[in-house]
Write a protein that binds this ligand. Structure first.
Ligand code: NAD
Length: 478
């Protein structure tokens, strides 16, 4: 896609002032296209179109919307190969992952919410002999959907599908580093028969640009953001002037607790994924690994041996396990974290370097750091790369305390075969999602979101509709 354009009111358009920015494939460092750089002008056009389209889309039946959403899913599935390739060119992630996870799940997000919206119910309270109360679910209006670069289409559709299913219209601001699949999604929506103006895409940057123009716009009712915690702060401030509804999925520094009685083979293999899948650029990655002392040495040795076998390389090669990081700038940021961890006494037992066999691209070897404690930056800040720390612990109380000693609260993983301990520890961990003896296993009906500074609100199943619809109570005197 050499020219990535905005999609406003059913048409692909450049920016009014003709501004563009380069789109770079991080795995090669090469320019693969130019992207229209939107500003408040395009945001304003898109919001106006979305507001107008809301007049009709907001009045369609759930069954009609469900049909369109299913058509979108179908077209995404038909274009899986193309979407997967574009996602990989934008992000540097292995094509095998784009094909098996990103795009199938993005299509499924539409199927899931297409079905779910048809079965929604609301509450009814009878005041015996006096009155009957029942609630009606109504769409809210225009939603601003702001997405990150790590799982671009997957996380965007996680917002778009329930937003449209509930009868809202939207203006999407994709991450500036990954503009392509959102643009194809717009094409697909048009082909699927989504009326003009219901879905708009404006490309561009965040602060003082298209992103902030969207969050400040007086005619936008809702903002759903997935991104960094610091972005959440800025968006909340900008949205406060017009009191928009907010849903935030933000950063994490997720603990992974491995007890001595864990099924070790399974724990090691799954921890490999939770550490290095998508180059560690998943908000749910477990970057702080705590291992009970009796198995600490064995775990570290076996885990490092397996991590050392992961193939870092060309994302298009089916043998590749770990692709390129999102950008050269991000690679340098991640390297900075490793350097400072070493200055604070950390010992790199695997990786820490750019792979010698790759002369270009933003590649980094899977990296394991030991001999750090909870005061070190590397155990406190979100790195968002293929870097984990491993620390030993002695008691349940100690590990719960250290796991919770963070401003984040997105997810946590517990490995134990002791059922009582699993329940107790899961209940005490301060996180929106706790996995026991697994990771990244998702039932889309369940509440998804972060506690503390990892987010605001929950998405998934009915929770998405709590955000994307308004409940109106009707009270009838009997
Ligand atoms: P980011 O916050 O830099 O950007 C996210 C989006 O927000 C982009 O589209 C960006 O242009 C926009 N943006 C940035 N500043 C803005 C502003 N002031 N106003 C409006 N929009 C603005 O995040 P990223 O680097 O793209 O993604 C990585 C981050 O996302 C990590 O912190 C990761 O943990 C988080 N994340 C969280 C989840 C989750 O479900 N909790 C999922 C994926 C990623």
């Amino acid at each position: 896609m050499e020219q990535v354009l905005h999609f406003i009111d059913g048409k692909f358009v450049p920016s009014a002032d003709g501004r563009t920015f380069d789109n770079i494939n991080p795995a090669t460092g090469e320019k693969i296209g130019t992207v229209a750089e939107g500003s408040d002008v395009e945001i304003n056009q898109a919001v106006t179109a979305a507001r107008r389209a809301f007049q009709t889309w907001g009045k369609t039946s759930a069954a009609e919307r469900s049909t369109v959403l299913n058509r979108i899913a179908q077209l995404m599935e038909e274009r899986l190969e193309e979407l997967a390739l574009l996602e990989t060119m934008d992000t540097g992630k292995p094509l095998s992952l784009s094909k098996s996870l990103d795009i199938p799940r993005a299509a499924y997000n539409f199927r899931f919410f297409a079905d779910f919206v048809k079965g929604l119910s609301t509450e009814c309270f009878e005041m015996e002999g006096v009155a009957l109360n029942y609630a009606l679910r109504r769409p809210v209006g225009v939603a601003g959907l702001i997405s990150p670069w790590n799982l671009p289409l997957l996380l965007l559709t996680w917002k778009v599908a329930p937003c449209l299913a509930a009868g809202n219209t939207c203006v999407i601001k994709p991450a500036e580093l990954t503009p392509m699949t959102a643009t194809v999604l717009a094409e697909i929506c048009k082909e699927a028969g989504l009326p003009d103006g219901v879905l708009n895409v404006v490309h561009g940057f965040g602060p003082d640009a298209a992103g902030s123009a969207l969050t400040e716009h007086p005619n936008v009712d809702l903002i759903s953001l997935t991104g960094e915690t610091s972005t959440g702060r800025a968006v909340m401030k900008a949205a406060s002037a017009t009191l928009k509804g907010l849903s935030f999925e933000l950063g994490g520094k997720n603990p992974n607790l491995i007890f001595a009685d864990a099924a070790l083979d399974d724990a090691i293999e799954t921890t490999l994924r939770s550490s290095f899948a998508n180059q560690g650029e998943v908000c749910l990655c477990g970057s702080r690994i705590y291992v009970e002392r009796p198995i600490y040495d064995t775990f570290v040795e076996r885990f490092a041996a397996r991590a050392g076998e992961l193939v870092v390389g060309d994302p298009l090669d089916p043998k590749t396990n770990v692709g390129s990081l999102i950008s050269q700038e991000h690679l340098e940021r991640v390297e900075g974290f490793i350097e400072r961890a070493v200055q604070e006494g950390g010992r790199v037992i695997l990786g820490g370097k750019r792979p010698a066999h790759l002369s270009r691209g933003a590649f980094l070897e899977p990296t394991i750091i030991v001999d750090v404690d909870s005061s070190c930056e590397i155990t406190r800040q979100e790195v968002f790369g293929p870097v984990v720390t491993v620390q030993p612990f002695d008691t349940v109380e100690e590990v719960i305390e250290v796991a919770n000693d963070t401003s984040y609260g997105l997810s946590a993983t517990v490995w134990t075969t002791d059922l009582k301990r699993a329940h107790r520890v899961a209940a005490e961990l301060q996180a929106g999602i706790v996995w026991v003896n697994t990771w990244f296993l998702r039932d889309l009906r369940t509440p998804f979101g972060g506690s503390k500074q990892s987010g605001i609100g929950r998405e998934g199943g009915v929770h998405s509709f709590e955000f994307f619809s308004e409940l109106k109570n009707i009270c009838i005197k009997l």
